[in-house]
Design a protein around this ligand. Structure first.
Ligand SMILES: Nc1ncnc2c1ncn2[C@@H]1O[C@H](COP(=O)(O)OP(=O)(O)OP(=O)(O)O)[C@@H](O)[C@H]1O
Ligand SMILES: [Mg+2]
Length: 331
């Protein structure tokens, strides 16, 4: 059972070599449809671990199995040393869960939402009164403490859901698309808060479609698609392994992009200085993967080609996803 002394418990847990979460061949089927298809991963205590993938990849289904709210079809799972299917309540007591859809009690006030949630964990009222103030401050919602939830903006509801999930001082925090619906400033504040939680020893597991979020927050992540893991590593490691350092984005006009790709491959293929790797043809632009994108652009200009626009940028996890699946992360 969580208590106000949870951080001390966590410190002793840190010395244990057992992982925070371990999934082996985890599978979830809905009838004939396989939503999660035999995935294996392990999350170290204190780590920030991400599930990155497009709509329908199986991210939320995986999170629900970790959170002991969905049963697995097959495979093994261990969360904080326990099997969520056998010891659901004990697992839930050690988790903070931020579901994809906010499930706040709209009738209650902001403050009461936190207190009521804490009561489910059997936490004492005196502890909860102080904790609610601390969490409202954390979520920048102190000025809304007495407002009814139905009167909050979408982003405020999201922040309250996150604050509420921290009431039991969880050792593992599950965040399913935590920043969806937040404005850029609120996202940055939340990243900062999550970073602080991680520094204090909380294990973070998050899903996102936002590559910048994954790059900012995750020590390690898995790229998931159609219920399977396509790749695993640190954001920088994945980019190194599956992409070039830089990317040159070119637009020649809708009907000319594909036709020019082959031509560009010939121009750049013979040139070591640009560190050319390959080209991806998107409907609206060409992505030229090269270690030195400026040099590639110079060669293209020297060959007499004049793109309508050109942009040199660093490779991102989006490029990794495109390379692995041939599709874009966000449809
Ligand atoms: N209760 C259910 N019954 C039947 N199919 C389901 C159910 N829940 C999820 N699915 C299916 O499982 C697949 C994975 O869904 P899931 O919600 O895990 O995806 P996701 O990666 O979280 O996607 P998103 O980014 O859109 O949130 C989808 O094809 C979805 O339709
Ligand atoms: Mg989801």
């Amino acid at each position: 059972m969580p208590t106000a002394a949870a951080p001390a418990t966590r410190a002793s847990a840190d010395s244990s070599p057992s992982p925070a979460i371990e999934a082996v061949d985890l599978t979830k089927r809905y009838g004939d449809f396989t939503a999660v298809d035999g995935i294996t991963f392990s999350v170290t205590r204190g780590e920030a671990f991400g599930l990155l993938g497009p709509n329908g990849a199986g991210k939320s289904t995986t999170m629900r199995m970790i959170a002991a709210v969905a049963a697995r079809t097959s495979g093994q799972m261990n969360v904080a040393g326990l099997d969520p299917e056998v010891e659901g309540p004990r697992v839930r007591a050690r988790l903070g869960v931020i579901p994809q859809q906010d499930n706040l009690d709209e009738e209650l006030t902001v403050r009461e939402n936190i207190i009521m949630y804490g009561r489910y964990f059997g936490l004492p009222r005196r502890y909860l009164l102080a904790k609610a103030d601390e969490l409202l401050d954390f979520a920048q919602l102190s000025h809304k403490a007495s407002a009814r939830v139905e009167d909050l903006s979408g982003g405020m509801k999201r922040r309250l859901t996150i604050a509420r999930a921290l009431v039991n001082e969880p050792e593992i925090l599950l965040l399913d698309e935590p920043t969806t619906g937040l404005d850029p400033q609120a996202r940055h504040v939340l990243w900062d808060r999550l970073f602080r939680l991680k520094e204090s020893g909380t294990t973070l597991v998050l899903t996102t479609h936002h590559m910048d979020e994954a790059e900012q927050l995750c020590d390690r992540l898995v790229v998931v698609d159609h219920g399977t893991i396509m790749a695993e590593g640190s954001p920088a490691g994945l980019i190194r392994e599956h992409s070039t350092r830089e990317v040159l984005e070119l637009r020649f006009g809708m009907d000319r992009n594909a036709e020019l790709a082959e031509h560009l491959e010939k121009i750049l293929g013979d040139d070591d200085a640009a560190g050319f790797s390959h080209i991806e043809v998107l409907p609206d632009r060409l992505l030229v993967y090269a270690g030195q994108a400026e040099t590639a652009l110079e060669r293209i200009h020297a060959a007499g080609l004049k793109p309508m626009t050109s942009l040199v940028r660093r490779s991102s996890l989006e490029d990794v996803f495109l390379r692995l699946t041939g599709r874009s992360l966000i449809d």
